[in-house]
Structures are given as C-alpha cells and as structure tokens.
Write a protein that binds this ligand. Sequence first.
Ligand code: FMN
Ligand code: SF4
Length: 437
Amino acid sequence: MSEALVLGGAEETPLRDLASYRAVGGYAQLLKARAMPPQEVIALLIESNLRGRGGAFFPTGRKASFIPSPEKVAKPIYITVNADESEPGTFKDREIMLRVPHRLVEGCLIAAHAIQSNFVFIYIRGEYSTEYDVLQSAVDEANAAGLLGAVKILVHRGAGAYICGEETALLSSLEGERGQPRSKPPFPAIEGLYAAPTLINNVETITTIPVVLEVGPAEYAQIGAPPDSTGTRLFCLSGNVARPGVYELPHGLTTRHLIEDIGGGVPDGRSLKAVMMGGSSFPVMTPDDLDTKLDANSLGQKGYFIGSGVVCVLDDRTCMVQFALRVGQFYMHESCGKCTPCRVGTRWLVQMLRAVENGTASESDFDLALDVCDRIIGKCLCVLGDSDAMIVASCVTKFRDEFHAHLEHGGCPFGHDSSLDGLFAPSDQHAAHEVVV
Ligand SMILES: Cc1cc2nc3c(=O)[nH]c(=O)nc-3n(C[C@H](O)[C@H](O)[C@H](O)COP(=O)(O)O)c2cc1C
Ligand code: SF4
C-alpha cells in the first residue's frame, strides 16, 4: 500500500476537479456510507481509532458519538470544519485543500450522514485565498453533480486571528461575534453553533474519514503506531532542512528519520540545535531526543506533543532567546485578552525575553520568567496562554547556558547571524538588538 492515503492519488498532480477525483475512486465511500445506518459509520470511526489532527488528538469517533440524535433535540445539528490553520509551522491543511479538495468534501458528507446533519460550515483561514477558490469550486462541482443531497456546505473566510482556530472562538466568530473562547462545559457537541449540537473537526481529520472507509477500520487501526496513533499523518517539515515540505507518513517513524533521511538533514554543514515539535504551542525538542518516534505516546513519554504535525528544524546558528522572544511576541499579539494570566503574562514574558536579548536582564529574571509561566499554565480559559508558557519555559530550561551567555556578552552573541531570519515572520527583535550593539 502506498504511504499516501489522505493525499493518495495526488502525489504528482492535484485532484482538483470532480472527474479526476472520481478517476481514483472518489465519492465511492460516500455511497457506501449512505447505505449504512449512521450509527454504523460512527462505530467504524471508533474501531479505526482515528484521532483529531488539529492538535488535541481527541478520538474522532467518540466525539461524533457525543452528538445527540436529531429526535432528541429540537434544533439543527451542525458540522464545523476547522480550516483556520494558524499554528506557526503548520501548512498541511492547505495542501489538502489544494490537492484533494473533493476528498475533504466527501469527508464532510460522510460525517454529515454519521451525525445526521444537513449543515456544514468550513471555517477557512482568511489569508488562504487560492485555497478558498479551489475548495469553493469543489463544493460547487459536487453540488452541481447532486452529491450534496440535502446537505448545505458553506465555506466561511476568517479575518486572520489565531484564536479563531480555538473551537469555541471559531463558533463565536462564525456567529458574527468577537472571536473569543467560551467556557466549557457546555461542550460544542451539546451546545455549539447557535447553541445547537455541533461537531468540530480539523480538515485533515475530516479528510481521513473516506480513507478509513476505503481501507477498512480494522486495517486502518493497524497502520502507524497502534493502538493509539493509528494511520498516517501529514508532517509539516520546515526550517533549516534541505528538503522541507508536507510528508504523509505513518505514525511511528523516528524524528531523525524524517529530518535526516526524508528531509535531507540540516544543510550547509551546520548541526541541529532544536526542533519546534508539534507546533509553537509545545516544548522544543533537543538533539538527544531525535530518535523519539513520531507518535503521541512516544513523544508524550519525553514531554513532547505531536500537535498539528509540525517538525521545524533550528540549526546551530539559531539564537534560542530570539526564538523564544519571537514566539512570545506571537502569543502576546494573538491573546484575545479575556483572561488576566494570559493577557498580562504573555506581555511580561516578552518584556523579560527582550531584556535577556538586550543583555539588560539579571540572573534572577530567568527564574522569574519560569514563575510567570507557572502562573499562566492551567489558569486560563483556553490553552493559548499555556502554549506560550510551555514553549518559553522549555527554552529557558533547556537552553539556560545560552540565556546566560546573553548576560555575559551584554547582549545577543548571535545578533543578525541568527538563522531565525527567513524562518519566521520578521519581528522587532533586531530593533531591540540594535539598541544594544
Ligand atoms: C489557540 C488555539 C488555536 C487553534 N487553532 C486550530 C487550527 O487552526 N486548526 C485546528 O484544526 N485546530 C485548532 N485548534 C484546536 C481546536 O480547538 C480543536 O481542538 C480542533 O479543531 C478539533 O479538531 P480535531 O478533533 O479534528 O483535532 C486550536 C486550539 C487553540 C487553543
Ligand atoms: S487564554 Fe488567552 S486567548 Fe485564551 S481565552 Fe484567555 S486571554 Fe483569550
């Protein structure tokens, strides 16, 4: 079996139109699913142990099973597909929308059948304009071909806020409200969009549903690293690596294999310093853990997360203070401000990291930064604040020597030579640096 399942058939040429998708068996799984009772489709998903690809790795079939049946609620039942894709280092959902948009549509329709919903909203990141066009045209084509039946699919463009990827903020944004998280419970499965039962899943998760039906749930459950990390994953390999890109691979290969054998390793004779693993929301990986397998359990045992499949390589020129500062600035900017530890804590961390970068911090500031992280984690409404704290704390703890070097040097020893340039969107880091030099 080819390794590509979710992107299967589109390895060389995208399958954008209906005819090319049908040529690889497209929409056959929808017909199969519609011939089954809805509960049976949910049972297949549970058997496959497909888990969410949006970051939290929640079992997909179980989530669908939480949706009450239509007879029990006097409201419509909704599906919301999370195509906001704003986690730094994540660029897999766009590949799906560009290369296999009809497989995503097919997944939406199978999920709609499974939970007996007639309304699907796809919330797409505002900056994804080509992806929007390609996806919208696939939806229109499927509609014209009569594949949608009673189901309506609406593709809604976001306005560019990272927090709108958080599921409850996404729902508020869809309703036309400010994109801020809601407290849970009630969970969206019971009270989601317009206070009605709502299933929310990531693009990759939904696109994997036809694959599970095609491969068969029992066989799918054997792929990858069973029993918990089944199937394939779209890994987003980026940073200081020779062959960056989106690679669909079974769970369970080692990080080293992905970076060195598939990605061609760190170029220009440099060495690897760290890996932003899972996304910017999680602790960074150090080189001694490169043999850790890319599955949730193996990563979890070492304190890492698989997140949204990010593997961003940082070479030895990277200043880890600049890195933490840049990531911290992102979270400070994207905090919705609803809760104090996140609103204030993210700002504090940026100020402290900027002082370290400038060489004006003191030894005690490192512990103070860790204390600030501690006062954020677990004390916020959503995990945006925790995310900032987790990655910053990992940099302070794992690269303490480098933080010290900034104090001894009276500023950044890397300066403009840090290979962070070109890896991340520009920040004010150099402005801060220039004050010192
Ligand atoms: C700040 C924040 C941003 C998020 N951004 C995304 C995103 O862009 N895409 C996504 O699928 N999930 C994102 N999530 C996770 C969603 O809240 C949710 O768990 C996910 O869409 C569920 O889908 P899944 O079960 O298929 O993984 C984000 C979560 C947080 C806290
Ligand atoms: S943790 Fe941050 S982003 Fe999340 S609700 Fe609180 S203030 Fe908003």
